[in-house]
Design a protein around this ligand. Structure first.
Ligand SMILES: C[S@@+](CC[C@H](N)C(=O)[O-])C[C@H]1O[C@@H](n2cnc3c(N)ncnc32)[C@H](O)[C@@H]1O
Length: 203
């Protein structure tokens, strides 16, 4: 994939995801995970310290080998972590085999996010839950215009990140019922900081 994608991009991803403002989101979202958990796009492992003992088994899916190597070095929870080098569009797990799926700031970068969400629903047990915090499409017209305008260039330098994905709509379209979603801007450029945080269950 080349020097930029293999070496530079994982470091940029790690630096960006160290942002201290993300910590309260991580604490809330990861703190609600339980049972057999699948985290989608674990990146450099920034969520790992927030998993609680209610998690019995943690599966960490990530397509980028360099990020897996970084996550292996991150502070780990007590629970053993099994890393899976794969894409979310084809999750190598059985149907109805996990209790919680976690996605944090990952749906923006997955090329076929609709397929990935369909896969997340497939592997979730019927009573399982999807926990998410993602940035995406803002409610304000002016901000949306910037998001649409910036996304083509932004995608090229950021590892495929889309600024304008309608997160709640995409989750529902994949066959989930959203139990809770909180939205709002985090401090920072508005085009990049409109957050969706919540949980959903398979329909
Ligand atoms: C902005 S980073 C977020 C990392 C991590 N979730 C966090 O909260 O720190 C986006 C992540 O999505 C991952 N990603 C991109 N395409 C993916 C795909 N097709 N399947 C799974 N993960 C993917 C990237 O490799 C990267 O780890």
């Amino acid at each position: 994939m080349g020097f930029y994608n293999d070496i530079i991009l994982p470091r940029i991803c790690d630096l960006a995801m160290r942002n201290k403002q993300l910590r309260p989101y991580r604490e809330r979202v990861i703190g609600a995970a339980e049972g057999r958990v699948l985290e989608i796009g674990i990146g450099s492992g920034r969520n790992l310290p927030f998993y609680r003992p209610l998690v019995t088994d943690l599966l960490a899916l990530e397509p980028a080998p360099k990020l897996i190597a970084m996550a292996r070095e991150a502070p780990h929870p007590g629970t053993p972590v099994n890393f899976i080098e794969a894409s979310a569009e084809a999750i190598p797990l059985d149907d109805s085999s996990v209790d919680t799926v976690v996605t944090t700031w990952t749906l923006c970068s997955i090329p076929d996010a609709a397929m990935a969400l369909t896969e997340m629903r497939r592997v979730l047990r019927p009573a399982g839950k999807l926990l998410f915090v993602e940035h995406g499409m803002a409610p304000d017209k002016n901000v949306r215009r910037w998001q649409d305008w910036l996304t083509p260039a932004w995608r090229c330098i950021s590892g495929g990140c889309h600024l304008n994905r309608p997160i709640s709509t995409m989750i529902e379209a994949a066959g989930f019922r959203i139990d809770r979603v909180e939205t709002g801007y985090m401090p920072g450029p508005k085009a990049m900081t409109f957050m969706y945080e919540g949980s959903a269950r398979p329909n």
